[in-house]
Design a binder for this molecule. Sequence first.
Ligand code: CP
Length: 314
Amino acid sequence: MKQFTSVYDIDDPASLVAEALALKKAPYANQALGQNKTVILVFFNPSLRTRLSTELAAKNLGCNVMTLNVADGWKLEFADGTVMNGGSAEHIREAAGVMSQYADILGVRSFPDLEDKDRDYADEVMNAFIKHATVPVVSLESAIRHPLQSLADWVTIEEYKKRIRPKVVLTWAPHPRALPQAVSNSFLEWMQVAPVDLVLTHPKGYELDPSFVKDTPVVYDQEEAFAGADFIYAKNWSPLNPYGKPQPIAKDWQVTAEKMTLTDEGYFMHCLPVRRNVVVSDAVLDGPQSLVLPQAGNRLYAAQAVLQRMLEKG
Ligand code: CP
């Protein structure tokens, strides 16, 4: 596997889910695999879960791990043919090329700037690393996708589902800041190939990009969407039009205990971090239906399954 940026990089995503679940039972079984191998994780944006789970995943496989936080100060140039007499100190060609000298696998996190949709959806940083690195690249969340999160989400649904084909609802939820669409885009992509009945619900004006929604049913009435659901996955995303601009908070879209009673004793999921009593009420988040902690725990096995495949198959 040369890159892991979306579900389409995997021939058999259900097998990858099974591998993550197997690793959960025996996380240290393949420590020889990573011996004398090095994973470098590059973060252009902050992270708690992705950073810690991917570092631990690499260590569980016996790898060396180095993490580079480049949020401040290090300005990279991505355009070819530029006269670099401005603020950028280094071109991605050298940066990715040099990291490839030290690493067997590169992980990259880079958020969108939420100012120019076309530029964000070109996924410039992730694609530049893939183009110029000479080792496999794992997305630790890009401008438009968060595949390690989605793999962990599928693992969690597989563990907790009470029927062969559960109803899974992705619901927009309020948030005081403008957030990327990456988690939601990715969740749609992975759930579209998972054995689930997927429903998307959001207020009018929060449509996701049609290339990600595809034929997923969209229900604009949140309570109608929740009816009989087995899993409620809440996430905020900023609108595509006007792109990335914060909108007045639609407080009535918060996930509450009352709304959860419409589900079939459904579980609540969220990728975290989550704004309490904005996205979801305390009663849901702290209640028995909440899966947010096991879901975050599964980030470890999702990352480990992906790194393992890269180490095995190159
Ligand atoms: N869910 C997630 O990616 O969390 P972090 O931003 O903390 O990595």
